[in-house]
Write a protein that binds this ligand. Structure first.
Ligand code: ADP
Ligand code: MG
Length: 399
């Protein structure tokens, strides 16, 4: 499905442009829309908010609830194919859309990714190790939790993000209190693991099963929110890179996944203690969409994660992306606008290789993702030095 052709409506002078749709109007939708438009597509965003980062830049914005029948009907009428930009789009909406239009990723894949219980079962099915965990849906299951899962992290099965819907618990009393606090919704309790580092792998898989990948990114989280992503050769041991890419591809293949998928991993400290030994790779979670840790691909690669999302959706060829520059990405959270004062952009943009992306959000609040800054350069040492200088200017802690 190429831009400028709409199946049977193809052809010059028909006045028909191929239109791609996205469920959700956040920053990921915005960057998808921008990539689609660069390739000549028209775009539609469905989002309930009057003003949203993606709605602001899309040709069309359908302002409706995700389950609104009329809104979904309009979306299908306008679009040749539809994707999603966040995992909490209700699966029934994707089922409705999928009955009439190509939808990628599928309702089934999104349904698995949005439920930690199903997600973990899928990882186990793929033979990729997960943190020791227990499902807690009933008081009996709560009482039967094994002692060695404590201290642990209680996570709601659904609707968690950026560390929300989670509680660290040291003992049974805290676990009981945390589950009550979460209104006894379905949860998983995960053993708290000693992390050496965190990384993620982004793949794009087409309708024909072709699968391409970016190299693993090294991710630093602060307060449960991604703070810094480091993407360059040598950021991780080659054997870990291989393991993480292989695991991600098997997770995508087993789902018959179509679209861009990001899988987050932990590397445990067990290897760090014994010099030369690799830490154990554990899968944490997956996102059925482009991911914050892949934003550097916009500036450091010949194909971005968003362009690959467009290509998968439109059935265009997938080629292996090539990273041409080492890169470090800093997330710009609302905290940087404290007191309503904007960060010192003049100084930041005077740094070589600084690429500023702001999402058009009108209100800054603590922890809210307002934008990101990617630093590219000729060498890793140069990129690190510049990224640390940018962090200093912005008041972001060094890494
Ligand atoms: P979210 O959906 O909010 O991203 P995650 O499950 O990825 O939730 O958890 C957020 C962060 O919390 C992780 O990136 C990691 O830093 C930390 N974390 C989560 N689970 C564990 C665990 N089992 N052991 C140690 N740290 C964890
Ligand atoms: Mg996460």
């Amino acid at each position: 499905m190429l831009p400028g052709t709409t199946g049977s409506n193809a052809g010059a002078g028909s006045g028909q442009q191929t239109t791609l749709g996205v469920m959700g109007g956040g920053q990921l939708g915005r960057m998808f829309v921008q990539a689609a438009q660069a390739m000549g597509y028209f775009t539609v965003v469905l989002d309930p908010d009057v003003i949203s980062p993606a709605g602001l830049v899309s040709h069309y914005h359908i302002q409706a609830d995700y389950l609104d029948e009329q809104g979904l009907a309009q979306l299908m009428q306008r679009c040749a194919a539809i994707t999603t930009e966040f995992e909490n789009v209700p699966a029934p909406a994707l089922i409705t859309l999928g009955a009439h239009r190509p939808v990628a990723p599928s309702a089934e894949a999104v349904g698995i990714a949005q439920d930690r219980i199903k997600e973990k079962a899928h990882f186990v099915r793929c033979g990729v190790p997960v943190a020791p965990y227990a499902v807690i849906e009933t008081p009996t299951q709560l009482a039967e939790v094994a002692d060695d899962l404590l201290p642990g992290i209680l996570k709601t099965a659904r609707l968690g993000y950026d560390g929300k819907g989670q509680a660290r618990v040291n003992n049974r009393a805290e676990l009981d209190a945390a589950w009550a606090e979460m209104k006894n919704v379905a949860c998983v309790l995960e053993k708290l693991l000693p992390l050496q580092m965190e990384c993620s792998v982004i793949v794009a898989r087409g309708w024909d099963g072709a699968c391409v990948n970016f190299a693993p990114q090294l991710n630093l989280h602060r307060d449960g929110i991604l703070a810094v992503t480091q993407a360059y050769e040598g950021n991780m041991a080659p054997a870990l890179v291989q393991q993480a890419v292989k695991a991600t591809k098997s997770i995508a293949n087993e789902l018959q996944y179509v679209g861009v998928l990001c899988v987050e991993f932990f590397v445990l400290q067990d290897g760090a203690a014994a010099a030369q030994t690799l830490g154990t790779l554990i899968v944490n979670e997956m996102a059925p969409r482009p991911h914050n840790s892949g934003h550097y691909t916009l500036d450091a690669c010949d194909l971005s994660q968003f362009e690959l999302q467009v290509r998968t959706l439109a059935g265009l060829p997938l080629v292996q992306p090539r990273q041409h520059s080492p890169a470090i990405m800093l997330n710009l959270l609302g905290d940087l606008w404290a007191g309503g004062v904007s960060p010192p952009w003049h100084q930041v943009l005077a740094l070589p290789g600084a690429h500023l992306h702001l999402y058009g959000k009108l209100k800054a609040s603590k922890g809210r993702k307002m934008g990101h800054l990617t630093i590219t350069g000729a060498t890793v040492a140069e990129v690190r030095a510049t990224a640390l200088a940018a962090a200093r200017l912005l008041g972001i802690d060094p890494f």
